[in-house]
Design a binder for this molecule. Structure first.
Ligand SMILES: Nc1nc2c(c(=O)[nH]1)N[C@H]1C(S)=C(S)[C@@H](COP(=O)(O)OP(=O)(O)OC[C@H]3O[C@@H](n4cnc5c(=O)[nH]c(N)nc54)[C@H](O)[C@@H]3O)O[C@H]1N2
Ligand SMILES: Nc1nc2c(c(=O)[nH]1)N[C@H]1C(S)=C(S)[C@@H](COP(=O)(O)OP(=O)(O)OC[C@H]3O[C@@H](n4cnc5c(=O)[nH]c(N)nc54)[C@H](O)[C@@H]3O)O[C@H]1N2
Ligand code: SF4
Ligand SMILES: [Mo]
Length: 740
């Protein structure tokens, strides 16, 4: 029988009163206890330094942390407001169990953990080990990310573990490994400031990596030119020297077109190419056909823009290329990134001061979490799960037979497809909200209804939690200690500011408790997260992402340490590829030719408009956290559909009208926001909302064949004027406004 999402239980409030009317429950401010804890923001990959103001075990505010070099006290709206989630009345303070037809009811910890362990054993006993899957997340600190990989391989022995970075970093990671040999941004952010030209492709810098804006401005103060490629004129694009309004999916036209011109005009570093790379001739041949006119047709922009981009980028002395999801969320995401990397290599501008390349990391630990074994194909240290040597090493660290470590499993979307097909029967997830974040949400919902057993660890009841049989009340970042690895590859420390609320538990303890119940207690006998980190150091030793020389103490003394850091004496590696040595065994970077091909779903007469999706500054990912913070709700209370005046007029739509946006998979009704900052053939909807406001009702379940990332950035839709939807949640939001 299909399992429907539980209604919200009474004990969980949807919208809370003002923070200043809580904390209650006998809490009193203790004037003697007021203190600041230096830590980092829990949200994006910038991992800004922040000081949390703590009193009597409650986070009551924040102060800037001006000495932290990366952001020097600056924060974006989410960083400023993040502390408000801590005391939100929706915080889960007890495990919950599903009571069919009634909702959730609190359950004791021992009973909840016993049930999870029993269901894992039942399902694996009946259907085989791989029938129980694990989904983990990149907002987790390194220690928990490592623990989840070990938990899946040692305690469950399932091949089927993957993580939410599959929706995020994997295209750039795959491309980076193929081209440079190492999956990491190549430079510290301080190199951006020293670049004479900055090229940002598919990155809404001001809203999604807001602190990076400051690095752009500091470069521009030195005279740097800024090129931005995006179908929408984002805030950073409005301040660019050259803005290229690419048609979604057309970036290879721009990159290959630029390279064509650079070769023609001699803006190529032949010495660098000869000494440090392979494969240039093939790439040069492959871009011969990318004349400005041909390239422009693919990109949907005038040829002059591509010529101008090459003129700015080609002859520059120093340069920095950055990209994010705009080019990565495609069924050719890896190829898009490879084409951007060819510009970096052809110019020879990498591995030096002011010369570099970065993929902007998305989630707080988007970089670190993918190195520790949460990916279906990797073991800690960025090791390859199918490489016998790598398996042998990790088996020794874990004290298990090599054969007991499963082989490569399914990545996130095929894993959910296997649930839909009935091949995977059980699931435990942490730090992932797939009901909101996966493409083609109707399909995802149908899959989750089929699970025989589902356990979810979260601190709020997410939309996905509502499909769970058991929800385990976990911890926020500030309730535990650990490390993350920021967008620069810098390993930094999150400090414990407060204890989890009574009834909730640190995530790592929950995992170890389940492992113990499954008979693997000896392998999960950690006394704290520092001990987990010390095992992680050994597990990554000798790997590409080598953390062995990093200790918590060293991080403290040095304001973070960049990997690789192979020995305790090693200072860490802020800039990769200095002296021209790349990560491949031959020490060279590998040029790879790529040719443009259409996206999985192109507009047609039935669905004639391109839909692209992304973010707004006030909300984070699936919104479980930011949709509970009043000030952020006020900033952007609802999703909207950006539409150009020309298209709006053609469709008889005025600013503020409700519009129905439909694809072959579903529809949403949202407000139209008529703006001149978007291409007339494209509409944009941010994705942070669930259910009938989820743009993922529309998106297409097409994957990149190399990275398995979904194509969130382009599908075909039609748009029409609509009546106001009945939206009970929206009216509640307006009345209550969340926590202020
Ligand atoms: N405020 C906020 N900040 C965040 C997050 C958040 O949810 N909210 N999430 C974090 C995470 S996990 C991530 S991954 C990052 C994502 O950071 P970004 O990648 O910057 O964010 P997106 O809005 O997904 O997409 C960026 C831009 O890509 C453009 N775009 C769409 N299609 C194309 C295309 O084909 N080519 C090009 N060149 N551009 C295109 C969109 O118009 C959009 O402006 O942000 C991180 N920071
Ligand atoms: N249409 C569209 N869809 C997209 C994207 C897009 O651009 N367009 N972007 C994609 C991208 S880049 C990403 S990264 C994904 C993200 O998608 P998800 O990973 O599904 O979204 P999150 O909101 O990060 O979900 C994390 C969940 O874990 C919880 N959580 C956070 N931190 C912790 C923790 O430390 N411990 C525990 N126990 N729980 C925690 C949160 O409350 C939340 O419920 O979405 C993707 N989906
Ligand atoms: S830029 Fe990212 S890390 Fe910095 S405050 Fe904003 S959300 Fe937090
Ligand atoms: Mo992401």
């Amino acid at each position: 029988m299909a399992k429907l999402p539980c209604p919200l239980p009474e004990i969980v409030h949807q919208f809370g009163p003002s923070l200043h009317t809580i904390p209650s429950g006998g809490w009193v401010r203790n004037p003697q206890d007021e203190h600041l804890v230096k830590t980092h923001c829990c949200f994006c990959g910038q991992q800004c330094g922040i000081q949390l103001r703590v009193n009597n075990n409650k986070v009551v505010g924040f102060e800037p942390w001006e000495d932290w070099p990366f952001n020097q006290g600056k924060l974006c709206p989410k960083g400023i407001k993040r502390y408000m989630q801590d005391e939100h009345p929706d915080r889960l303070t007890s495990p919950l169990q599903r009571v069919e037809g009634k909702g959730f009811a609190p359950i004791a910890w021992d009973a909840a953990l016993d049930r999870v362990a029993a269901e894992i054993q039942r399902i694996q006993g009946k259907y085989g080990k791989d029938s129980f899957a694990v989904l983990t997340g990149a907002s987790l600190v390194n220690e928990k990310a490592y623990l989840m990989g070990k938990f899946a391989r040692v305690a469950l022995q399932t091949a089927n573990i993957d993580y939410n970075g599959r929706l995020c970093m994997v295209s750039s990671a795959t491309a980076s490994k193929k081209v440079f040999g190492i999956d990491r941004s190549a430079n510290p952010w301080s190199d951006i400031v020293l670049a004479d030209v900055i090229l940002a492709a598919g990155a809404n810098i001001s809203e999604t990596s807001p602190i990076t804006t400051d690095y752009f401005w500091r470069a521009r103060d030195r005279g740097a030119k800024i090129i931005v490629i995006d179908p929408r004129m984002t805030p950073i694009a409005r301040n660019a020297d050259l803005y290229i309004p690419v048609r979604s999916g057309g970036d290879i036209g721009i990159f290959n077109g630029m390279l064509h011109i650079m070769i023609q005009r001699g803006w190529i570093d032949h010495d660098f190419i000869a000494q440090h790379t392979t494969g240039f001739e093939e790439v040069a041949r492959s871009v011969e056909k990318y004349t400005p006119e041909y390239a422009a047709r693919i990109a949907g922009v005038p040829p002059a823009m591509i010529i101008r981009a090459a003129e700015l980028f080609g002859p520059a002395r120093t340069s920095f290329v950055l990209h994010a999801k705009g080019i990565e969320h495609h069924s050719k995401g890896v190829e898009n990134c490879i084409a951007a990397m060819s510009l970096v290599l052809a110019s020879g501008r990498i591995g030096r001061e002011g010369c570099g390349y970065a993929m902007i990391t998305g989630q707080g630990n988007g970089q670190g979490a993918r190195e520790q074994g949460g990916k279906c194909d990797q073991l800690p240290g960025n090791r390859d799960i199918s490489n016998p040597e790598h398996r042998k090493y990790i088996a020794e660290v874990w004290g298990v037979p090599e054969e007991s470590i499963p082989q490569k499993g399914l990545s996130a979307i095929p894993l959910v497809e296997a649930i839909h097909e009935g091949k995977i029967k059980g699931l435990i997830s942490i730090c992932f909200n797939p009901i909101v974040s996966l493409p083609d949400a109707n399909f995802t919902r149908a899959a989750f209804e089929k699970l025989e057993f589902y356990a979810n660890i979260d601190f709020f009841l997410s939309e996905t939690s509502r499909y769970a049989d058991i929800v385990l009340a976990g911890s926020l970042m500030e309730e535990d200690e650990g490390t993350t690895t920021n967008t620069e590859g810098r390993v930094i420390r999150h400090r414990k500011a407060v204890l989890p609320p009574e009834g909730a538990r640190e995530d790592w303890k929950i995992i170890c408790d389940i492992a113990r119940r499954l008979g693997h207690g000896d392998k999960f006998n950690f006394s704290g997260t520092e001990e987990i980190f010390n095992e992680l150091r050994v597990a990554t030793k000798g790997g590409v992402s080598d953390y062995f020389g990093i200790t918590w103490d060293k991080i403290e003394k040095n304001n973070g340490v960049c990997w690789p850091c192979p020995t305790p004496e090693h200072p860490g590696t802020p800039r990769l590829y200095e002296n021209g040595k790349f990560g491949h065994p031959d020490g060279k970077a590998h040029f790879i030719p790529v040719d443009w091909r259409p996206s999985a779903e192109m507009p047609d007469p039935e669905y004639p408009i391109i839909l692209t999706t992304g973010r707004v500054v006030a909300h984070f990912l699936s919104g479980t956290q930011t949709r509970r913070i009043g000030a952020l709700i006020d900033q952007t209370p609802q999703p909207f559909c950006e539409i150009h005046p020309v298209l709006a007029t053609k469709l008889g739509i005025a600013d503020g009208d409700y519009v129905k946006v439909e694809s072959r998979r579903g529809s949403v009704v949202v407000h139209a926001m008529v703006v001149k900052t978007i291409r007339p053939d494209t509409v944009f909807i941010p994705w942070h909302w669930p259910l009938d406001r989820s743009v993922n009702n529309l998106t297409v379940r097409a994957l990149d064949p190399q990275s398995f990332i979904p194509e969130y950035k382009i599908c075909a839709v039609r748009v029409s004027k609509a009546d106001a939807p009945h939206d009970a949640i929206a009216s509640l939001e307006v009345q209550a406004g969340g926590v202020r």
